[in-house]
Design a protein around this ligand. Sequence first.
Ligand SMILES: [Zn+2]
Length: 323
Amino acid sequence: METPQTLQEAIQHYSDEQVCIDAVAKMRWPDGPTCPACGHKEHYYLKTQRRWKCKECYKQFTVKLRTVFEDSPISLTKWLPALWMLVSCKNGVSSYEIHRSLGVSQKAAWFMLQRLRLALQDGSIVKLGSGAAPVEVDETFIGGKARFMHKAKRQRLSRHGGMQGGHGKAVVMGMLERGGKVKAAVIPHRKENIPEQIVREMVQPGAEVHTDEFSGYYNLKDGYAHKVINHLEGYVKENVHTNGIENFWSLLKRGLSGTYVAVEPFHLFRYVDEQAFRYNNRKDARGNKMSDSDRFQLALSQIAGKRLTFAEVTGKVGQYPAF
Ligand SMILES: [Zn+2]
């Protein structure tokens, strides 16, 4: 089998740990394994231990070192199919499904998914709006009302900055280049010009920007071709609309309510990143639908150098990633 095309083929293909190690190594080090400690390229391969030993500094390293797989006792024969499931299921995948399909405990599955989502974060620094297409900007509110929550939990969530949108909801802000990519992230609140500042950071000056009538965008007329759609008058007016980003919100919310039973606000950004990854990689550069296989390879290429500690996963370290 060359490269697997379906989940079933992937589970079969990656059922051998050495095949998995070779696949990850090829992604990490296209020119051959490189010592993470000193950068040297010559090494011995210790076959029984499945690790390399650097000929320069004599340190040993595995393919998992300095990746999201680091320190995990779970074999790559579970990790790679889990990644496949995560990037190919349109509405995401729950820890229960990973637990059931791959035979790891549900707790382990949850932890695996949190790490994999980090690997899916879009590290692109290219601004939106450099072409002719308008950029649709919008925010949405996610989560339940804080007053139904236990007091201690409410305080904990508030400390982590996840409950500062009105009525105990988290605010997610998104920007979508029509026909192109989306960038979305959890923001602390909609006040103090935060939405406007984010647009200025992420959208090319001079671009056409479409928003609703929310006053936080009022100053965008300075520096952008800002067009406002009044939702009371109608949803499309002379091609000015925010239907694309609203479509993204419905995908995000469908994933959150259908697949993830309970998402704590300080974890929300990971789900936002995950949905954005799937959305941005639904098509290849030529506009063809991206296959599950290609999307998996792309995700795998992002894993090197990313690693999540337990403190970060459980929210003990506050971290809202930059756009
Ligand atoms: Zn070395």
